[in-house]
Ligand binder design. Structure first.
Ligand code: IMP
Length: 424
């Protein structure tokens, strides 16, 4: 029996999907605990590529129970589309369960996400515009609609009418937007509720039972540490807690359950959206990595910003998540670069050198990266199966990341396929 958590350590898109899928193959239960369809996992299985936004990647393994916890916000239309597409490709979703406490992303949340971003103008966050923030706002304001409501038609109608009326007022009077046709929204969502009802179950209870039965459980994190609402680069963050602690709150499980908390990082850094990014590359090297690594958003298609590996960020993640292991992904993407840089510290405007990631963005924005230069590599490492097979310069790079991040690097990603990993 093993209970593992997989967490993103940078700004997301670290290739968690592949690591998660490796663990999911060994898991009896796979749990998603926070976020919504702002997340995107790409899993390559043989010739097939699967892009999942809401459904845990365990769904690709026939016998795994896939759970969506109370902390997730669910766009019913999106999840049903995912279910339909998977089933069309011969993958059953009978093992999927959604917690009745999970909140529902309604069309007004999506509308308000776009309108508030537009209103913020230059100060926009660069959200995915999937309604995630407005849905969590309603949750914490205690006016949200939950999956339980959605599957109980009369209750849903009552709550949706009340909420929708207020949202239409905000859309029209505050943002000068177009009111939604509430009757047609309610009818449409009633039909989604009917379809989703067969998947609803108490996720907290299901996890507890599986734990008592000695099953292998994997919690798959969505987004990443620097997108955490408190410990990320606020306000350029998402509205949930993508940290290891958030996993337990969102699933309804106790933290002592975890055996390993595995953080996933890229061998470099990327981010989408706005906000300071000390090691960002504006040169040909950035373009080289972007193209070679296919660094375009799974969910939005946006080109990702690229930078060198920043050890302050990953060390921050090791601390706030209590990571026990690290996975360094996409090492192969750096092939062909003569030199690799690692940010080991920041220099503040007064010349002070710091090695802890600053708590607020205003301080981060003023920091300059201090780099260490390492020899690059030209060899194709995609077929390497063990650490020893890697070129000497690669091994030195990994060893240095391990000592800077103060965490064992247990997994190294050397290619997009599920099999292209080195486990140490
Ligand atoms: P929201 O989650 O759509 O509100 O977006 C807030 C910020 O989080 C934006 O910068 C998004 O680009 C970013 N974000 C949200 N989800 C993900 C993800 O899964 N990967 C990377 N960035 C994300």
């Amino acid at each position: 029996m093993a209970v593992n958590i997989v967490i993103g350590t940078q700004w997301g898109d670290e290739g968690k999907g592949k690591v998660i899928d490796v663990y999911a193959g060994r898991a009896d239960v796979v749990v998603r605990s926070q976020g919504g369809n702002n997340a995107g996992h790409t899993v390559v299985l043989g010739e097939e590529t699967y892009k999942l936004n809401l459904i845990p990647s365990g769904i690709l393994h026939k016998n795994a129970l896939c759970l969506i916890g109370a902390g997730v916000v669910i766009n019913p239309k999106t999840i049903l589309k995912e279910i339909d597409e998977l089933e069309k490709r011969g993958i059953t979703c009978d093992n999927l369960r959604i917690d009745p406490r999970a909140h529902v992303v309604m069309p007004w949340h999506v509308e308000l996400d776009g309108l508030s971003e537009k209103f913020r103008g230059e100060m926009d966050i660069g959200t995915t515009r999937r309604g995630i923030g407005p849905c969590y706002t309603d949750k914490y304001e205690r006016s949200g609609i939950r999956i339980y409501d959605l599957i109980h038609t009369e209750l849903f109608e009552r709550k949706a009418k009340q909420s929708g009326k207020l949202k239409n007022k905000i859309i029209t009077a505050v943002y000068e937007g177009q009111a939604l046709d509430l009757n047609s929204v309610i009818e449409e969502y009633k039909s989604y509720g009917i379809r989703l009802s067969k998947y609803v179950g108490d996720v907290s209870v299901l996890i507890h039972k599986a734990y008592l039965e000695g099953k292998n459980i994997m919690f798959e994190g969505a987004q990443a540490t620097l997108l955490d609402i408190d410990f990320g680069t606020y306000p350029y963050v998402t509205s949930s807690h993508p940290l290891s602690a958030g996993v337990f709150v969102g699933a309804g499980a106790g933290p002592k359950m975890a055996d390993d908390i595995i953080g996933v990082a890229k061998a470099y850094t990327t981010r989408v959206g706005k906000g300071p990014f000390p090691t960002e590359l504006f040169t040909d090297i950035g373009d080289y990595i972007r193209v070679k690594g296919g660094e375009y958003g799974t969910t939005t298609g946006r080109a990702r910003r690229i930078g060198w590996f920043d050890s302050l960020i990953v060390r921050h993640s090791v601390r706030v998540n209590g990571l026990t292991k690290l996975c360094i992904n996409k090492l192969d993407t750096l092939c062909g670069l003569k030199q690799l840089m690692i940010c080991t510290a920041y220099k503040k405007p007064d010349g002070t050198i710091i090695d802890d990631f600053p708590p607020v963005l205003e301080e981060l924005a003023d920091c300059e990266p201090v780099y260490e230069t390492h020899e690059g590599f030209d060899e194709n490492i995609c077929q390497c199966k063990s650490f020893e097979q890697l070129p000497a310069s690669c091994k030195r790079y990994i060893d240095r990341l391990e000592s800077l991040c103060d965490c064992k690097i247990a997994i190294i990603g050397v290619g997009p396929e599920r099999t292209q990993i080195i486990e140490r």
